[in-house]
Write a protein that binds this ligand. Structure first.
Ligand code: ARG
Length: 559
């Protein structure tokens, strides 16, 4: 598929230059209704406004200057002066047949995502970050970025001092604990810390030992990290995430740079002491009480916190990873944090490339409140995902000729991912398995089924055809036109970092496909028509497969 829109845009803007002397962006868009043809432009209205002339008159002049007969039917002027363009069937066919080309833009993008915390179960917030992050990495790579994944695992901080001290107190070994055990150890140590001042003091000393590299302390910590990473890997495997151990660059990795972060900010006069802590105050950032809001770079106890780590991470990504663009896939509650980190890093001249917070809403339970267990605890991600796979498995009962286990996994996980990706990421959504696995509506299984049905049809066809040669039926044309928009859609997702646009697009393709099935017999048609329709089906299948692939969703051949 190649895009036709850019070619038409060039022609239309050439016409504007010829007729009016200045260059205009024609802002050509897909037509909002079939009766408006394929594309429409409001260029005449804008020029008319600027020149104080009736837009329909301008439109007539533009159309007269427009050299487009080789690609389109004669242009139409509609309403107040819209120019409507309808592609010739052969233009459309050619666009579908031509291979898509994507350059490499040579830029490196660093994507910070997933970011679970050591000694804690992954929860639905991490699901969102992982699913959105994976999809964005795929899309960015597809349009030519060199993608560097960074799993900013939470593996550092005062809680490890507490946990290690508790473990030593209880005389248990780190080896005896799995992730569950670690989580309970954390809970016990928290209680102990709050109740016992000497334990709290010992815990603080233990943090110092950890940060300065005391071997015994580090060994216990290392074990806690490893146990947790093993568990995260299991979730990534079930989820089919692209993340590996190589992508883990946790908070601890920045430990050595933290003092330099402080020194450098001090030198630049950007830090002040406030109640014993070293803080940066940025103009315009005020708390709810109207008081200036600090970025706390070093806490009053001398420890470094979350902000210091993120500042060091910016430096690492710019200086060592050579990022041309940085993307943080983190929930919306951290918006202010990233806003301040980015502003401070720019003020300190550490950051001169785009840095975007890809923020997302909350996953809600059936009651419309943030998704928790009945006791208010976090729901284990693995349990949610296994539940989805079981549900998909039940759905597939009785189907023949499929690998039930692999298909159930693809469908269940695909359903969860698609539900997460398909609405604007800023919105909250309810985790509703019944809706997610439904075979109708804008769901993952619906798209997977469209793909599987096409695969079966093509297998039955007993004929390979790759050239679309005729597009007579409006249903064929509509489908073909949509297919030519694939690249533009992916480019748009790479730019806006909004995966739901790709979902909407794929859903439109699947919907146009089902209208096509109704209107245009494929296997029972003959000769040229049959071959051309098979080619259109082949192209559609590829778009569905590639599109789902970009979303991180498997497309089984049968289901
Ligand atoms: N680990 C954090 C959490 O679970 C998210 C980390 C986000 N990334 C970052 N660079 N701060 O909330």
């Amino acid at each position: 598929m190649s895009a036709v829109l850019p070619v038409l845009s060039t022609r239309l803007s050439a016409a504007a230059t010829a007729a009016f002397g200045t260059s205009y962006d024609p802002e050509l868009r897909s037509a909002t209704k079939p009766e408006f043809g394929h594309f429409q432009s409001n260029l005449a209205l804008r020029i008319g406004n600027a020149l104080g002339k009736p837009p329909r008159e301008i439109a007539a002049q533009l159309v007269a200057a427009l050299d487009i007969d080789d690609l389109c039917r004669p242009p139409e002027i509609a309403g107040p002066g819209f120019i409507n363009l309808t592609l010739l069937p052969q233009t459309l066919a050619k666009a579908v047949n031509e291979p898509e080309t994507f350059g490499s833009n040579g830029q490196r993008v660093v994507v910070d995502y997933s970011q679970p915390n050591v000694a804690k179960q992954m929860h639905v917030g991490h699901l969102r970050s992982t699913v959105i992050g994976d999809a964005l990495c795929n899309v960015l790579r597809f349009v030519g970025y060199d993608v560097v994944r960074q799993n900013h695992v939470g593996d550092w901080g005062t809680q490890y001092g507490m946990m290690i001290e508790q473990l030593l107190d209880e005389g248990i070994t780190a080896e005896s604990l799995d992730l569950e055990g670690l989580q309970r150890l954390y809970e016990r140590s928290r209680k102990h810390f709050d109740a016992d001042g000497t334990f709290a003091d010992r815990s603080r000393l233990r943090v110092v030992a950890l940060q300065s590299g005391d071997p015994e302390t580090r060994a216990i910590w290392r074990h806690m990290v490893d146990v947790s990473l093993d568990d995260f890997d299991k979730v990534y495997a079930l989820l089919g995430s692209a993340l590996t151990r190589q992508d883990v660059y946790g908070e601890s990795a920045y430990n050595d740079d933290l003092p330099h972060v402080v020194d450098d900010l001090l030198k630049q006069g950007l830090l002040v002491e406030s109640e014993g802590a070293m803080c940066a105050f940025l103009p315009g950032y005020l708390g709810r009480d109207g008081e200036p809001l600090p970025v706390i770079v070093r806490k009053s106890d001398g420890g470094f916190g979350y902000s210091a780590t993120d500042l060091a991470a910016v430096r690492h990504r710019v200086n060592t990873l050579h990022a041309d663009r940085i993307v943080y896939v983190v929930d919306h509650r951290q918006a202010l944090h990233f806003d301040m980190i980015v502003t401070l890093a720019r003020t300190a001249h550490w950051l001169d490339v785009p840095a975007e917070h890809v923020s997302f809403g909350t996953v809600l339970g059936p009651n419309g409140k943030p998704f928790k267990t009945r006791e208010g605890g976090t729901i284990k991600l693995v349990e949610l995902l296994t539940g989805a796979v079981d549900r998909a498995d039940a759905l597939l009962a009785g189907r023949e000729g499929i690998n039930r286990e692999a298909t159930a996994r693809a469908v269940g996980i695909g359903a969860v991912k698609y539900a997460d990706l398909s609405s604007d990421r800023g919105n909250d959504y309810v985790f509703d398995l019944d809706r997610m696995v439904a075979m109708t509506g804008n769901t993952g299984p619906y798209l997977q089924y469209a793909h599987a049905r096409l695969t079966r049809l093509l297998a039955k066809a007993g004929q390979d055809a790759t050239e679309v040669t005729e597009l007579e039926d409006p249903a064929e044309q509509r489908l073909a036109l949509l297919l030519t928009g694939f690249a533009a859609t992916v480019e748009q997702v790479a730019e806006t970092l909004q995966p739901h646009r790709l979902c909407t697009y794929l859903y439109d393709v699947a919907s146009a496909l089902s209208v096509f099935y109704e209107q245009c017999p494929v296997l029972s048609s003959e000769g040229e028509t049959r071959a051309s329709r098979i080619a259109l089906c082949t192209a559609t299948r590829k778009v569905l497969q590639d599109g789902l692939g970009l979303l991180g969703i498997e497309a089984p051949d049968a289901m």
